[in-house]
Design a protein around this ligand. Structure first.
Ligand SMILES: Nc1ncnc2c1ncn2[C@@H]1O[C@H](COP(=O)(O)OP(=O)(O)OP(=O)(O)O)[C@@H](O)[C@H]1O
Ligand SMILES: [Mg+2]
Length: 240
């Protein structure tokens, strides 16, 4: 892995007195997809929050394309090309689809060599959002809300996309659509961390896998190796 798009080095993170991440290190390679797995409460979202600057690491370092961003604000980290599709979507429910996209707009940073995302290109990727451009986001289906959440992140013109359980609560057919979109984004050269509970979804698209267990990195591997190791998956992910 020549360049790392996002790196956590020996990160410790706390919510108040609660020590949630312990000595977490992993690396997302440029233009790669890292699947981040772990049971409920393993610390996956906390890692995404630390990567995005929503929670400051108390110890350790976070870097984006080799530059330290540890303890920078989310705005400053976004300006370095990182965007988060948060768990539970977190769209503005009382704004329209179009307004949700507009308020998320951000110019690409200097290191980006892609054509900037616009409302039109987001609508090109998600035609269903185009049909609902004037509709209030609260009235979208779960799948459409997820598409909007992804569209909002893309409007930030990221080089690194953090996706926290985008398939959560969606019907299988919609999950397949969302996964097809994620695959396209990867092919476009974005570096992606895909957080999931379902290993099989991630194994189909990811290059690298990290499994968290109780706030620490338990496994760093590849889909090919893990598919052969049911015992290890059961140990860290439970029965599935
Ligand atoms: N805001 C918070 N305040 C206090 N504790 C928190 C907070 N958010 C998460 N935690 C705790 O931190 C630990 C890690 O939570 P986190 O949300 O990172 O897990 P997760 O792997 O994303 O789980 P899930 O798959 O359920 O989303 C859990 O024990 C959780 O209860
Ligand atoms: Mg989570």
């Amino acid at each position: 892995m020549a360049t790392s798009a996002l790196r956590l080095d020996n990160v410790d993170a706390f919510y108040g007195d609660s020590h949630v991440l312990q000595n977490v290190s992993f690396e997302l390679g440029e233009a790669r997809m890292l699947g981040l797995l772990g049971r409920n409460g393993a610390g996956k979202s906390t890692c995404m929050n630390v990567g995005m600057g929503l929670l400051a690491a108390r110890r350790g370092e976070v870097s984006v394309f080799g530059e330290k961003v540890t303890r920078l604000s989310p705005e400053m980290i976004a300006a370095r090309g990182v965007a988060l599709v948060p768990q539970g979507r977190r769209i503005f429910r009382s704004l329209t689809v179009r307004e949700n996209l507009i308020v998320a707009g951000r110019k690409p940073d200097a290191g980006s060599n892609h054509a900037p995302w616009t409302i039109d290109t987001v609508f090109g990727m998600f035609p269903r959002l185009k049909e609902r451009t004037a509709q209030m986001a609260a009235h979208l289906s779960g799948g459409e809300q997820q598409m909007l959440a992804i569209g909002r992140a893309l409007m930030g013109n990221p080089r690194v996309l953090l996706m926290d359980e985008p398939s959560e609560g969606l019907a299988p057919q919609i999950v397949a659509e969302v996964m097809a979109t994620i695959r396209k984004l990867k092919e476009s050269g974005l570096s992606i961390i895909l957080v999931e509970q379902n290993p099989n979804l991630v194994f189909d698209v990811a290059d690298d896998i990290v499994i968290l267990n109780t706030g620490g990195v338990a496994v760093v591997s590849t889909p090919a190796a893990l598919r052969q190791d049911d015992a290890l998956l059961r140990q860290h992910l439970g029965v599935f």
